[in-house]
Design a protein around this ligand. Structure first.
Ligand SMILES: C[S@@+](CC[C@H](N)C(=O)[O-])C[C@H]1O[C@@H](n2cnc3c(N)ncnc32)[C@H](O)[C@@H]1O
Length: 380
């Protein structure tokens, strides 16, 4: 049987070979932090279950440690309350609300943040504390502050960090408000997603500093952005390659949805193939265009439902080819989405790397190509 140190060394080798782990400092951090201290028992998805069901994998059971040292996200809480040790040996359902993010992503983000010894970093979303431990190993405890919203999750992370020998500054609270007592930081890294960049962050990070955060929304489409803080309260940046997604920050999540009644409305042909929304970037473009809508459905049959106004749009294949859309309510959701998708298609359907973002007290805008190109305002 392999020991934790052996499994950890093998994971470091694999991540290095894949190119996910670069630089001796982060390799050394990954080799030093025992992930099992942070994840503990976790939920594993049950293969083939729709919607995804989970099974608790308990600390010490056969396969538990091997699971810890796979490059996978380990869900550690469902629905803001349920921990793996709270459930019996059965398949449970729920929405993941805390996790230990997959090591390649966490290490890749620390690398992309381009931070080093002596810099002060604010992390939002302590979660299990695994990414915090990696950061503390590299930066030193005194240079790292981490904020966690959920007191139970934050308490467990504090105990795990202490057990692993790290003592960064830990705060339980809403990280979207920043760290008012913490002074200016060189970097901010978020391991939960946001609908827009919280304004306190733009004052918390020094001009010349950086913010690395995933932008998400109520359709849960995600894009990782790296912003340079250009002045007090101002930042601009680009979206990065890859397919990063995070659970959305709790205060930015959509409200609970009532049961959906599909109602009649105005019908017309659709000018775009609705399946464009199944593309990683296509779905994100649709979310930019209809930021308070929830998207359901797949392929030619998409449903958009605006949480704020109750407006609906639903598409279907037309009997003689093409597609139709039925819209209802004060917001013509498909008109907005169709226009945005057409612009994206006219630009050659670039991945999110082709987009940038500019934020200030005056507003927040995601743009395609260049800052003066087509753009969409984020809902602040
Ligand atoms: C994906 S997990 C973080 C993973 C973590 N970095 C790790 O390596 O284990 C996201 C965490 O963000 C927390 N979170 C959500 N909203 C937050 C907020 N407004 N402020 C601080 N933390 C928040 C969640 O409770 C959850 O624990």
């Amino acid at each position: 049987m392999s020991t934790s140190a052996q499994l950890r060394a093998a994971l470091v080798d694999r991540l290095t070979e894949d190119g996910a782990l670069t630089g001796p400092e982060w390799r050394s951090a990954a080799g030093a932090v025992p992930r099992e201290l942070f994840a503990g028992s976790y939920f594993a998805p049950v293969a083939g279950s729709v919607p995804t069901g989970f099974r608790a994998v308990r600390e010490g059971e056969p396969g538990w440690l091997e699971g810890i040292y796979t490059d996978r996200t380990l869900v550690t809480q469902l629905d803001g309350a349920t921990r793996p040790d709270d459930v019996a040996d059965e398949t449970v359902s729920g929405s993941p609300s805390s996790s230990s993010t997959l090591p390649s992503l966490v290490l890749g983000m620390w690398h992309q943040l381009d931070t080093g010894a002596g810099q002060r970093v604010l992390e939002i979303g302590t979660g299990t504390g695994y990414s915090t431990a990696l950061g503390a190993h590299r930066l030193g405890d005194a240079n790292l502050t981490s904020i966690e919203y959920d007191p139970v999750v934050g308490g467990a992370a504090a105990a795990a960090l202490k057990a692993a020998g790290f003592t960064p500054r830990l705060i339980i609270g809403d990280g979207l408000r920043g760290d008012p007592d913490g002074g200016r930081y060189d970097r901010l890294i978020a391991t939960c997603a946001v609908r827009y960049v919280p304004l306190p962050w733009l004052h918390q990070v020094k001009p010349g500093g950086r913010i690395l955060v995933t932008l998400s929304g109520w359709s849960y489409a995600n894009a990782l952005a790296l912003l340079d803080v250009t002045g007090p309260g101002e930042a601009t940046g680009r979206f990065l390659p890859g397919f990063t997604s995070f659970m959305i920050a709790r205060p930015h999540d959509r409200p609970p949805l009532p049961a959906l009644d599909l109602l009649p409305g105005e019908e017309r042909p659709s000018r775009v193939d609705p399946a464009a929304l199944d593309n990683w970037t296509g779905g994100w473009v649709a979310q930019l265009a209809a930021p308070s809508a929830v998207r359901m459905g797949v392929g030619a049959q998409q449903v958009l439902w605006d949480v704020s106004t109750g407006s609906q749009a639903r598409t279907a294949p037309a009997p003689d080819g093409g597609w139709t859309v039925v819209q209802r309510g004060p917001v013509r959701l498909w008109d907005q989405v169709e226009r945005a998708v057409q612009r994206w298609q006219a630009a050659g359907e670039p991945h999110q790397e082709g987009f940038g973002i500019t934020v200030s007290g005056a507003g927040q805008r995601v743009w395609l190509g260049a800052e003066d190109g087509p753009g969409w305002d984020l809902p602040i």
